[in-house]
Design a protein around this ligand. Structure first.
Ligand code: PGA
Length: 248
């Protein structure tokens, strides 16, 4: 079963979000074998939680690693947990625009699993790192730093997302082979860090310009277990088509 996640980023006002979910609910196929996840802005979590079809799961796009306190503008795991099963951590936009270091992302992963949330841990190389053939090195550094002190049992709660930074929002997706190689490498790292029994069933999503045209080829790859979709998740039609085409 694939996991298809929508990352709406900083898009959709309240009314736009409600219109989407009402239309989307009607198109959900009860036999659909995929897990469907929507990560809207925080302002929509409460209402979408109330309106959504039961097959849709909810996720937050970010979270702080403290339960409460003087952290203006942040949101806590206790607040996220009221509506969400998942939370995205370490997205490249958080890393690059908001300067989040691996140490914070590590604290967020630990905080999420300790509160029973499933973190979607994003890792990926920049264009420059890819040109210098440093993809594996970057993936290893990010993965190991972000999973520091995360036990084997806790790792089972984590979803991984390979998101090459050069592919995000650019229309340039990784080729199925490039994505497969990165996913296989991530799984081999997880096997070394934990065990094969733990690593094999872990979900590794691909993200970066996923669209209705490239879904089928990407999902055929052995180690691609689903997608984190940005731009193409903003329209009901394209997101639904991706879900339908992403049969594992
Ligand atoms: P994109 O974004 O599909 O618009 O490239 C993916 C993501 O950043 O999660």
């Amino acid at each position: 079963m694939a996991l298809i996640a929508a990352n709406w980023k900083m898009n959709k006002t309240f009314n736009e979000g409600i219109t989407f979910i009402n239309e989307f609910n009607k198109k959900i196929d009860d036999d659909s074998s995929n897990d469907i996840l929507i990560c809207p802005p925080f302002t929509l979590l409460n209402e979408i939680f109330k309106l959504k079809h039961e097959k849709i799961k909810l996720g937050a796009q970010n979270m702080y690693y403290e339960e409460s306190g003087a952290f203006t503008g942040e949101i806590s795991p206790l607040m996220v947990k009221e509506f969400c099963e998942y939370v995205i951590v370490g997205h490249s936009e958080r890393r690059n625009l908001f300067k989040e270091p691996n140490q914070w992302i590590n604290k967020k992963v630990l905080c999420a699993v300790n509160h029973g949330l499933k973190p979607i841990l994003c890792i990926g190389e920049t264009e420059e790192e890819k040109k210098k053939k440093k993809t594996n090195e970057v993936l290893e550094t990010q993965l190991k730093a972000c999973l520091k002190n995360v036990s084997e049992n806790q790792t089972k709660q984590v979803v991984f997302a390979y998101e090459p930074v050069w592919a995000i929002g650019t229309g340039k997706n990784a080729t199925p082979q490039e994505a497969q190689d990165a996913h296989a490498f991530i799984r081999s790292l997880l096997t070394d860090m934990y065990s094969q029994t733990t690593a094999r069933p872990l979900k590794i999503l691909y993200g970066g310009s996923v669209n209705t045209e490239n879904t089928e080829e990407l999902i055929k790859q052995k180690d691609i277990d689903g997608f984190l979709v940005g731009g193409a998740s903003l329209k009901v039609e394209s997101f639904m088509e991706i879900i339908k085409k992403a049969k594992k």
